[in-house]
Design a protein around this ligand. Structure first.
Ligand code: ATP
Ligand code: MG
Length: 389
């Protein structure tokens, strides 16, 4: 496929206006592209920095026609863009990732089936689509478990922990009786993720393996390199992520999340057909960021293996930080106190309304050694009132 060379006029479109779209726009513009954002919410984080935000639903026919007329390629910033919209666009301009790959990542059952087809182990699970299936499912090996809605879950939303069949019934009702998967709850030694980028020629590169810490189902901390991670395990995770991308004939950036169990075995959790929160450190700590990889893959520009320039820790900044107490009015955290420390990179997404659990920004800490970066990260956490890790 001929590369779309940036010439100051060519425009890339991103469907979705959140922070991932915003960082895609930054990367596209840095390379010399223009960027449009399709997003129904006015003044979105991505729309605010793009040449243009088209304020419409992701499947709005007129909006899609404008993109087809004004842009040379389109990508997504989140997996819940309707597949038909991507298909419609793909008939008219370059679209990556493809609608079919995005559709697989939208649905946990399809995703897990795909892991298994590609020979990638995942947590034992049962698909529960109806009350009858719930009663008939043989679930003894899956309890205690986690019930997850098959579609539209993120940041631990649409999930419930269940110990018994009675709790499973109640949880399924509480989740709206929608199609779900029941997953065995595994004892996690650690969580890893791997971000790969694959071009239309099948060439593939990956970021270093990240270690992730979640709090309440939301990513809180990413560390790179993963502290004390066995080389073999890191290579295995990278190889499996690349295998997933190849098996999907994927073009673009794909993140695969893994669990490491106590016995050192690796279990795939889920995939995201886009850059991922756990790869944000690459903006400051790698010579090519995940967003630049997304732009390059979309435009058919060369993909080169990213290099980690120094150890990094990423801390997510949730809206909770804006509230000092349950009834307090929101107030801006003391960023000056944080920026006074060495190697602090502050990224705020331009969201004006802080809410608990809402991703408002992140901080990347870089430095000469993993010990030093971790020490600074702990100081930052303390200054902001975040828990230690
Ligand atoms: P996101 O899209 O933000 O990554 P999500 O809502 O899709 O999150 P998952 O990745 O499925 O949710 O789960 C969130 C977290 O919950 C995991 O990172 C892990 O910490 C925990 N978790 C999920 N499934 C299991 C499991 N089967 N056993 C143990 N812990 C689990
Ligand atoms: Mg996840």
């Amino acid at each position: 496929m001929k590369p779309l060379l940036p010439d100051g006029r060519r425009t890339l479109a991103v469907l979705g206006g959140g922070q991932l779209g915003r960082m895609f726009v930054h990367a596209a513009q840095a390379l010399g592209f223009r960027a449009w954002v399709l997003e129904p919410e006015p003044a979105s984080p991505a729309g605010n920095v793009a040449e243009r935000q088209i304020e419409a639903a992701y499947d709005d026919a007129a909006a899609l026609a404008e993109i087809a007329a004004g842009c040379v390629a389109a990508t997504v910033e989140f997996e819940n863009v309707p597949a038909p919209a991507l298909q419609w666009l793909a008939a008219r301009l370059r679209v990556a990732p493809a609608a079919a790959a995005v559709a697989i990542c939208q649905d946990r059952v399809a995703e897990k089936s795909h892991f298994l087809e590609a020979g990638v182990a995942c947590a034992p699970f049962a698909s529960i689509e109806s009350a009858a299936e719930l009663e008939a499912a043989s679930i003894d090996g899956l309890l205690p478990g986690i019930l997850k809605t098959s579609r539209l879950g993120y940041d631990g939303k649409g999930q419930a922990r269940v110990e018994t069949r009675a709790e499973l019934r109640a949880a399924w009702q509480a989740l709206g009786g929608v199609p779900c998967v029941l997953e065995k709850r595994l004892a996690l030694a650690r969580e890893l993720s791997v971000i790969v980028a694959r071009g239309s020629d099948g060439g593939i590169v990956h970021l270093p393996v990240q270690q992730n810490l979640h709090r309440d189902g939301i990513l809180a901390v990413t560390q790179v390199p993963a502290p004390g991670l066995d080389d073999r395990l890191a290579q295995q995770a990278a190889a499996r992520a690349e295998r997933m991308a190849a098996s999907l004939d994927y073009v673009g950036v794909l993140c695969v999340e893994f669990f490491v169990l106590a016995d050192g075995s690796l279990v795939a959790n889920e995939m995201a057909p886009r850059p991922h929160n756990s790869g944000h450190y690459s903006l400051d700590a790698c010579d090519v960021s995940q967003f630049e990889l997304q732009v390059r893959a979309l435009a058919g520009l060369p993909l080169v293996q990213p290099r980690l320039l120094c150890p990094a820790v990423m801390l997510n900044l949730l809206g909770d930080l804006w509230f000092s107490g349950p009834d307090a009015a929101p107030s801006t955290p003391d960023w000056a106190a944080v920026l006074a420390l060495p190697g602090v990179h502050l990224h705020l997404y331009g969201k004006t309304e802080p809410r608990r659990g809402r991703k408002m920004g992140h901080l990347t800490l870089t430095g000469a050694s993993a010990e030093q970066v971790r020490a600074t990260a702990l100081q930052v956490a303390q200054r902001l009132g975040l828990p230690a890790f």
